[in-house]
Write a protein that binds this ligand. Structure first.
Ligand code: GAP
Length: 455
């Protein structure tokens, strides 16, 4: 088998390499490609959907399943329009927008540095801008046949709205007492003025949100606990100090509902950017929904008999942004001994789209190798590949982050052993085929990433 060795130096990642890998291997590509694409919308191909599903499952495991004090929800994307009036979105969820009268393009007034020169003006490259106007980011739709205002509804701009409106029912059915949390993963929609940086700022994206309800006096404590817990999550995805930081908001930045907030920021090739927000929302949400619905959303402390409206600590993370961060963090081009370059995606096994690839050394060995792959597929997403030389097959798996390649060779026929080659160190180990599933389980299940450092 090929002996491989390479340098471990990690050069800075370029966005174009990530975009190109994603298109070439079908992780993520523009939606509506055959019609020229639609700005701000993305489709996840076979590897992308596995990556994102694994990420969502890992989040759900950590935030819901491993705890006794958080329950799950999967609510409708379109909910009662009053939800968004109560939350302040109809009134406040806006960005300042300007139009160029010459080239007709539209920009965010606070991001004009990115606008570039105007292609449509003679004698100057400056845009001919209108004064800023507030532009609501919520996507509006119409329900039923009527077209009057009463039929207007909104695609949710964040997933948490229904967590608040369902709070009373969920607390009862789940037999939970405050403090406890409700979690949801789902699509959110924002009519971003300038979608950009690949999937980073999209118009349709997925959020994983936790709303943790507690006594208003306890938000400080829960805020810190959840902040630390969420940092642990990202560390386990392999994000080291060099790419992940906690940035507290200053007062001017705080959203209208927020008393305290930190962003968890990732160092993308285009700079430090938020991937998760942790917010002390106080009693804003339940008070507003109580007021707008006329329902009492307060609870009674059984010991003290105090009646109070619970406050909320929220953790809100973008699945698409985190998936992009995983791709950026994992991507490396290495020079191997002999001068060959390999592209490798060092994904934490827990999120890797393919956990193992089974590669027969020759097409003549296809039958036992396929049997082995079928057996492993009962547990994990396993890829089978018999075409091309073994070195090239390794490279194809390295590039998509497959932690282990299993080779069935001519000796395997007699000794019933396989060679397992590990992605990062490219080390190889010979193990009995009968022990393979157990060997992989020890290394895959619950296996998170080690934080790596990039220059
Ligand atoms: N409920 C609070 C909330 O929605 P946010 O900071 O507006 O807070 C939370 O959004 C997360 O959702 C962000 O940290 C980001 O990861 C993701 N997100 C927000 N807008 C996005 C967009 N246009 N495209 C992709 N992800 C986005």
């Amino acid at each position: 088998m090929d002996a491989e060795a390479g340098s471990d130096a990690r050069a800075p990642v370029r966005m174009e390499d990530i975009v190109s890998l994603c298109a070439r291997r079908g992780f993520v590509f523009q939606s509506g490609e055959i019609y020229g694409g639609i700005n701000g919308f993305w489709d996840y191909g076979p590897l992308g959907v596995e990556l994102k599903n694994n990420l969502k499952a890992f989040w759900w495991q950590r935030v819901v399943r491993e705890r006794g004090d958080v329950v799950g929800l999967d609510s409708a994307i379109i909910t009662h329009p009053r939800t968004w009036e109560a939350s302040g979105h109809v009134e406040h969820f806006t960005d300042p927008m300007v139009d160029c009268r010459a080239c007709k393009r539209r920009f965010r007034a606070d991001q004009l540095a990115d606008a570039g020169p105007c292609p449509a003006r003679e004698g100057t490259s400056e845009h001919d801008l209108t004064p800023p106007r507030q532009f609501n980011l919520m996507l509006r739709t119409q329900i039923g046949a009527s077209e009057d205002a009463s039929a207007t509804a909104w695609l949710r701009a964040e997933t948490c709205g229904s967590i608040f409106t369902d709070f009373r029912r969920l607390r009862e059915v789940a037999r939970q007492k405050v403090p406890f949390g409700i979690a949801q993963i789902g699509k959110a929609f924002r009519n971003e003025i300038n979608p950009r940086n690949f999937t980073f700022r999209s118009r349709e994206f997925e959020q994983a949100e936790l709303e943790f309800f507690c006594h208003p006096d306890a938000t400080g404590e829960w805020f810190e606990r959840w902040r630390d817990e969420r940092v642990r999550f990202h560390r386990d995805l392999g994000f080291g100090d060099d790419v992940l930081r906690v940035r507290p908001h200053d007062e001017k930045e705080l959203a209208h509902y927020c008393r305290n907030a930190v962003d968890l920021e990732f160092r993308f090739p285009f700079g430090w950017q938020e991937i998760e927000g942790i917010h002390d929302r106080g009693t804003w949400d339940l008070e507003r929904h109580g007021e707008y619905s006329g329902k009492d959303l307060s609870v009674t402390d059984e010991e003290t008999k105090e009646r109070f409206v619970p406050a909320v600590v929220e953790t809100s993370v973008g699945m698409d942004r985190t998936a992009l961060a995983l791709l950026c963090n994992g991507y490396a081009e290495e020079t191997l001994e002999g001068g060959e370059t390999r592209t490798v995606l060092r994904l934490a096994p827990v999120v890797a789209p393919i956990k193992a690839a089974v590669l027969p050394l020759s097409k003549k060995l296809a039958e036992p190798a396929q049997r082995l792959a079928a057996e492993l597929r009962r547990h994990w997403n396993v890829f089978y590949d018999e075409s091309g030389n073994i070195g090239r097959r390794y490279r194809r798996q390295d590039e998509v982050g497959t932690p282990f390649c299993v080779t069935w060779d001519f000796d395997s026929e007699s000794d019933q052993q396989v060679t397992v080659r590990e992605r990062d160190g490219m080390t190889q180990e010979r193990i009995p085929a009968s022990r393979l599933a157990e060997w992989l389980r020890e290394r895959l299940d619950g296996s998170t990433g080690h934080s790596t450092t990039r220059d």
